[in-house]
Each structure stands twice: as structure tokens, then as C-alpha cells.
Design a protein around this ligand. Structure first.
Ligand code: SF4
Length: 278
């Protein structure tokens, strides 16, 4: 079997930065709380938990200590609340996410109807929405949903950093008729764009793709969708336990990619395993 890997695998810059902050704080002997999982990868979260990084679901669960703002960012009101409680804040918001928040704030200030392309339930989107005046932004995930947006004289569009470029383009096409003036900011993170491009390229030359990452990772799910859209047999696994060994054994060319919250070691482990069954 020939296994093809893209040039870049492993954590993105934003995740590496968050993990560095965590590691420095842990060296001081402090526990760290995170509102939700630090990154969308169950294996990594479990490992961090053992080292003293504790996910919580609500601020009411803690009264003191160090709280890390994840790379997805958080709403300004939540950050205020954390400071009022006297918590020590470690801000790991990715600079690319901060950019989306800044643009959304600017558009809102200039009276544009803000539209965020992404998943309404995702913490990054909630954080961006909180930067819009009174939280009055529309969140759109599909081109069909874009047709339901009411007409406005000024529309400003941003995207979740992990959105797929194809979906972004298709939604924007449908938004064109929805306003007299439309400003579109492509805020998809360049690391994500690169991973999507690499995945497309690989998917076109192999019999099957293996996408490694957490099922709750938005950008990993986008890679899976992309492969499925290209009609290549796709396996979505978190680790080697999820592999369909009998099916894979017979393949000659396999592509192997990972999301931005998937450690290099997880991808390499699968590569080594595939080599061992051949
Ligand atoms: S995927 Fe991009 S935007 Fe998200 S944390 Fe990584 S570098 Fe930042």
C-alpha cells in the first residue's frame, strides 16, 4: 500500500499557542480550568485532564483559580464576568479568530446587517456574534438558509475560521440579492484553507482517504465532507481502533490527513499501523 500524506499535519498555530500557554502555567504548579474542552480532540483532552487541565461547563462551578479562554475565543461579557470573579485569565484566543470578532464589530458599528457563515452552536460563532450590537447577527450554514435572509440595505459577511471555502462561496452567491451594498470578508483561516486544498489534491489520486480527528472538531468534519463530496471512500477515525482493517488491507493507494486539533502522533500512529498490516 502506498500512503500519501499532505505537507502539513498536526496542530495548527492557534492550538500550539494555546497548549504552550497551558504548559507554562502547569509548570508553575497551577490547575487550569477551561469552559468546555480545550481542543476538539478527546484523546488530547483526556491527557490534559491528567496533567491538571479541567474542563467546566459553567463559570458557577469555580470561585477562584486560572481560567483559560480557548483558541475559539469568548464573548466580551463572559470575559468581564470572569474578571469580576477575580479569576486569573489566560487568553489563548487565536489571532485569526480575533480578526473575525474585530471585523464583525466594525461592520456592526457601521450599521451593516452582519451575517456569519458557520455553525450557530459553535463557541467561535457565539463569540463573534457577541461582538455584534445586541447580538443581532444572522448565522447561516447552507446556501438554502441564505435565501431566507431578509433584504437589508447594507450587509456585511464574515465566516467561521474553519468554514469550507466552497460552502462560503455558495452562500455568498445567494446573499448577493439580499442587500443593496454587500461587504464580504473571507475570514477562513489560511491554515484551514491549506488543509482543505491538500485534502482535495490527495483525494483525487487515491482509492480511499483516512481523516484523523475528533468527531466534535468542526474543521476535521469539513475535511470528511470534502472527501465525501469528491466521492472517494472516506474513513473518519479518532485513532487506529476505528480502522476497518479488512477493507484497508486490499487498497493500493490511501490518503491520510488530520484536522488542526489532531496531534501529529495520532496521524503517524495510523501510518505506521497501515504499514504493519501490509
Ligand atoms: S484553525 Fe486557524 S483559526 Fe483555528 S485555532 Fe488554528 S490557526 Fe487559529
Amino acid at each position: 500500500m502506498h500512503i500519501f500524506l499532505p505537507e502539513e499535519i498536526g496542530f495548527c498555530f492557534g492550538v500550539r499557542r494555546a497548549l504552550k500557554l497551558v504548559s507554562n502555567e502547569l509548570k508553575k504548579g497551577n490547575h487550569i480550568y477551561t469552559l468546555g474542552d480545550l481542543i476538539h480532540n478527546p484523546g488530547v483532552v483526556e491527557n490534559l485532564r491528567r496533567r491538571g487541565v479541567i474542563p467546566i461547563s459553567s463559570l458557577s462551578q469555580i470561585s477562584k483559580g486560572t481560567l483559560l479562554i480557548r483558541s475559539h475565543g469568548a464573548s466580551p461579557s463572559l470575559i468581564k464576568q470572569e474578571r469580576r470573579k477575580g479569576l486569573k485569565i489566560l487568553d489563548a484566543t487565536c489571532p485569526y479568530v480575533l480578526r473575525v470578532q474585530r471585523i464583525a464589530r466594525y461592520l456592526s458599528m457601521k450599521s451593516y446587517q452582519v451575517i456569519i457563515i458557520g455553525l450557530a452552536a459553535h463557541p467561535e460563532v457565539k463569540g463573534v456574534m457577541a461582538n455584534v450590537d445586541k447580538g443581532q447577527a444572522y448565522v447561516v450554514k447552507t446556501p438554502e438558509e441564505a435565501t431566507e435572509i431578509p433584504f437589508a440595505s447594507k450587509i456585511g459577511v464574515v465566516a467561521q475560521t474553519t468554514e469550507s471555502i466552497d460552502n462560503f462561496e455558495n452562500i455568498v452567491k445567494n446573499l448577493i440579492e439580499k442587500g443593496r451594498e454587500i461587504r464580504v470578508f473571507n475570514t477562513i483561516c489560511k491554515v484551514i484553507r491549506q488543509r482543505q486544498e491538500n485534502t482535495k489534491r490527495l483525494a483525487k489520486k487515491v482509492e480511499a482517504m483516512i481523516v484523523v480527528g475528533g468527531r466534535n472538531s468542526s474543521n476535521t468534519c469539513q475535511l470528511v465532507k470534502l472527501c465525501e463530496f469528491l466521492k472517494v471512500k472516506t474513513y473518519f477515525v479518532e485513532n487506529r481502533d476505528g480502522l476497518e482493517i479488512e477493507e484497508l488491507k486490499h487498497l493500493k493507494k490511501v490518503g491520510l490527513v488530520g484536522g488542526t486539533s489532531t496531534p501529529t502522533s495520532a496521524v503517524k500512529e495510523i501510518k505506521d499501523f497501515l504499514i504493519s498490516i501490509n
